[in-house]
Design a protein around this ligand. Structure first.
Ligand SMILES: [Zn+2]
Length: 391
């Protein structure tokens, strides 16, 4: 027990003002001291959303429909609301905003399934498959080929995508005190499990530290992304990236679920079950390494590997001329994201090399430069994908 308290104390120090009063009178209050600060997350009030009220101590499955489909073909999106008995913030967990990103769906399922309303302080709203149309069709996009994650917070009178974004933002996201949007690499790329957060914002920065031993990458976030729109609406938000699209990867899912559960504990919402021996996050700034020749890319490095400046990352072979071009690491660092072996064109961003840094150093970078360096375009793909089929 002593050990448990000591750990809890350490986490409370890390989190500082993020902690929300867990209600000292509640019998279910967690062991860690709750710190009430001016920057604490908004506490939950009466939870009324999507035409239902979810009282404390209950769990409900609700439905969100975007209203943009032909009425007879509406695809209802399940929204799980787990309202704990104790006071606390409302944490939202969204996945599959890109319909082909499957790891997050399983993370959301595990986290939601593991919650106990009797022990929970605050509430969790989970939407495991936001883009259900894309999910059914096995694609990241909406039926109109737009990327939903470029249209938040949306507009009720714009395109189908922007209407859908507005509906989701209004009906679900506005109820959140904080949000985690789960993603994977896109378009044949893979990512080391990592939190992406705008570390210039104190609340977001504190939140990013609470995911245990997880890489944290400073990035402002693309305009129109759920994370950026929610943060701009006063809801501290981060993106959690893990693995590849189109697959369910056990190691990635395991890390993701553990990280989110660590955050829940850090916020004083749950009792601790899982723990990292070394809960320190590692901060990175990153740059993409692009290939200068087209051909078939084979990598010599693995995801997460540490590389030295000048080390061979991979080789691109022209399938017709047999010419080979080697790609070397321009700097020492860690492979935080990379392309899977595939056919590439010149300019293709193949390796995302992260350089360890500290949060106090990163935010000083001008916002525009930071946005370019850590650009997310599809939360993983760098700029050449910007003209992907977005009408
Ligand atoms: Zn994504």
């Amino acid at each position: 027990m002593k050990r448990h308290l000591r750990r809890a104390g350490a986490l409370a120090v890390i989190l500082g003002g993020l902690l929300v009063s867990a209600g000292s009178g509640a019998a279910d209050a967690p062991a860690q001291p709750a710190v009430e600060g001016s920057e604490a997350l908004k506490p939950k009030g009466r939870l009324r959303l999507l035409g239902s009220e979810v009282p404390p101590g209950t769990r409900k499955r609700l439905t969100w429909t975007s209203g943009t489909a032909i009425e007879g073909f509406v695809a209802p999106v399940p929204v799980f609301v787990v309202n704990g008995k104790g006071p606390g913030p409302v944490l939202c967990l969204t996945a599959a905003v890109h319909g082909d990103e499957l790891n997050g769906i399983e993370v959301a399922r595990r986290v939601l399934d593991d919650l106990d309303v009797d022990e929970l302080n605050g509430a969790v709203i989970g939407v495991p498959i936001v883009n259900i149309q894309g999910f059914y069709r096995g694609t990241r996009y909406l039926p109109d080929r737009r990327d939903l994650n470029r249209y938040f917070p949306g507009n009720p009178r714009g395109s189908a995508a922007t209407r859908m974004a507005h509906s989701f933002f209004t009906d679900v996201v506005r109820h959140c005190s904080a949000l985690i949007d789960l993603h994977t690499g896109s378009l044949n790329r893979t990512n080391l499990p990592q939190v992406r957060a705008d570390l210039r914002l104190p609340q977001v920065s504190r939140m990013s530290k609470a995911f245990g031993a997880t890489v944290v990458l400073h990035s402002v976030g693309d305009r129109g992304s759920l994370r950026r729109a929610a943060t701009e609406a006063g809801i501290p938000s981060v993106t959690f990236e893990m693995g590849e699209p189109m697959r369910v990867q056990s190691e990635q899912v395991e890390h993701g679920a553990k990280a989110v559960q660590t955050l829940l504990y850090s916020l004083g919402m749950t009792r601790q079950r899982r723990y990292w021996g070394d809960p320190e996050p590692v901060y990175y700034a990153s740059k993409w390494v692009r290939v200068d020749h087209g051909g078939i890319l084979f990598s010599d490095v693995a995801l997460g590997e540490r590389v030295s400046e000048g080390e061979l990352l991979g080789v691109v072979t022209d399938p017709i001329s047999n010419q080979q071009h080697r790609i070397y690491a321009p700097t020492s660092g860690r492979v935080l994201g990379m392309a899977l072996n595939q056919v590439v064109l010149p300019g293709f961003a193949a390796y995302r090399i992260g350089t360890a840094t500290t949060p106090s150093r990163m935010p000083k970078q001008p916002a525009d430069e930071a946005a370019e360096d850590s650009r997310e375009d599809d939360e993983a793909a760098p700029p050449e994908e910007a003209d992907a089929p977005i009408g």
